[in-house]
Ligand binder design. Structure first.
Ligand SMILES: [Zn+2]
Length: 488
């Protein structure tokens, strides 16, 4: 039976975020070596959970896995520790027949602009000749250097990313074929264009159609996999852009190249569909109040916690207060306010400057008089369709009520709105809300879709703006390919 090593290195890095990423952030999310990786992922809806399932009878050797929520670039000491621990685990590994790697693809550290390439290079220094295969997030800013170090690279098909485990299983099966002697090649191209994540959802156009056409082309051409990776535009790195990547059996490499060229032309023809216009907070709140069917979700696009934003933006909350939105619910990350609420105690009233403290991008702090309804430790376990069964913590949290009957869940740390348990675990029933503010672009839909009547995406200020062009850049995304990548 083949022996397959497992490695993970995962963060979506936002160059504009004020939320620092330190070693403690990896420790809080995932920083594991050896068997602890199996215990953490086996049976879970994660990429590595999918690896373990897809490997079947092959022996899995868990080596190292690090991950942190999206935020600012990990500092240099943190990046160096992650790589040193990876190298240590590789040095202690037994003889391996292949390595499966769970990457994000948009991880950029202080001093290491391409953390995926650095991770794969460390693997290749120890294991130059065995198959190495990687899964990437759909928001990967896919680097040619990273791909050149791999035998096969595939990306998530979906956004929201409900297919993490499926991708893990799929790659593990490719790996089993590679250890049986099959050889694979890739075709790669990048369109040097930044697209708005709000337009990248795979359940709607233009992505839905592009993906369907690409997959039928790939099937007709008899190639293994086509990946569409529109990328993460809030990273100030050259490798940003929309990547098209195909994996084929080595003797079908030319077909993969033709397929990538055709899909690239299709994406280019639909680029205008990736440029969106949405209402600002004042108009969006007005519209939500007029809608009869409740609750209406207001998506705070630029304070997208899952994209590295601080989660303390006040643009929508201040409009809810100003326009008297009774029964609205919002989450604000504000550790200071959580401490003040805990000190005041349940039932007490407290004057707060709420949110807006992280930076100047997300609106000023909002002065409020709040009644403390409930205090908690912010822990919850997910029952949703992805990251299923995993436990997360928002830190010490408080449920506040501010005039006019607006419920605010104040958390110590910002956690993306991927799971409804953030609210239900704190005694808030989202179905009885009039308006729910979620700090996200697209990924919240899986959790909130079943409980909402409708949604309005709001063009707010912040570090994940609707138009990526709203942020200053020092780098320009580069156009590349189509080209073949082979390891032989
Ligand atoms: Zn993503």
């Amino acid at each position: 039976m083949p022996v397959i090593g497992i490695v993970g290195m995962w963060q979506e890095t936002n160059s504009y975020s004020s939320r620092a990423t330190r070693l403690a952030d990896f420790e809080a999310f995932e920083l594991l070596a050896g068997d602890a990786i199996l215990a953490h992922h086996r049976g879970k809806g994660s990429v590595i959970g999918g690896f373990l399932e897809g490997l079947g009878e092959a022996e899995a050797i868990p080596l190292f896995s690090a991950g942190a929520w999206p935020a600012a670039p990990p500092d240099a000491p943190t990046a160096n520790i992650l790589l040193a621990r990876l190298e240590e685990s590789l040095a202690g590994a037994p003889r391996l027949d292949g390595i499966l790697v769970n990457l994000h693809g948009a991880m950029t550290c202080e001093g290491i602009a391409d953390m995926e390439a650095a991770t794969l290079a460390a693997i290749r220094r120890r294991f130059p000749a065995i198959p190495v295969m990687a899964v990437l997030d759909l928001h990967a800013n896919v680097s040619l250097e990273a791909c050149r170090l791999c035998d096969a690279v595939i990306g998530y098909r979906t956004y929201p990313h409900v297919d993490m485990a499926a991708c893990g299983r799929e790659l593990a099966q490719l790996m089993r074929r590679a250890t049986g002697g099959e050889r694979f090649a890739m075709a790669y191209s990048k369109i040097g264009e930044l697209t708005s994540p709000m337009a990248q959802g795979t359940g709607s156009e233009p992505m839905k159609g592009i993906l369907a056409r690409a997959e039928s082309l790939a099937a007709a051409a008899g190639i293994e996999r086509i990946s569409l990776l529109p990328g993460f535009p809030y990273s100030d790195v050259e490798r940003c852009g929309f990547t098209i990547l195909a994996v084929a059996q080595a003797d079908r490499a030319d077909r993969a190249l033709d397929c990538v060229a055709a899909v690239r032309a299709d994406v280019e023809a639909h680029l205008p569909g990736f440029r969106l216009v949405r209402p600002k907070a004042d108009a969006a709140v007005r519209e939500a109040l007029l809608r009869e069917e409740k609750p209406v979700v207001l998506a705070d696009l630029a304070d997208n916690v899952g994209g590295g934003s601080p989660g303390d933006g006040t643009a929508i909350l201040s409009e809810l207060v100003r326009q008297g939105a009774r029964g609205a619910v919002a989450i604000i990350a504000d550790a200071e306010a959580a401490v003040a609420a805990a000190a005041a105690g349940p039932g007490a009233s407290v004057d707060l400057m709420l949110g807006g403290k992280s930076d100047m991008l997300h609106g000023p702090p909002l002065p409020v008089r709040a009644r403390v309804m409930r205090l908690g430790d912010g822990r919850y376990r997910t029952n949703g369709t992805w990251m299923t069964g995993q436990a997360f913590s928002m830190g010490p949290s408080a449920v506040l009520e501010i005039d006019p009957a607006i419920t605010v869940l104040v958390t110590s740390t910002a956690v993306p709105p991927f799971h409804i348990e953030q609210l239900t675990g704190n005694g808030i029933d989202p179905r009885t809300a009039s308006i729910i503010v979620v700090k996200g672009a697209v990924a919240w839909r899986d959790a909130y879709g079943p409980v909402m009547a409708s949604a309005i995406e709001v063009d707010t200020p912040g570090c994940c703006p609707l138009s990526p062009a709203a942020l200053p850049r020092t780098t320009r995304p580069r156009d590349m390919g189509p080209m073949l990548i082979r390891r032989d």
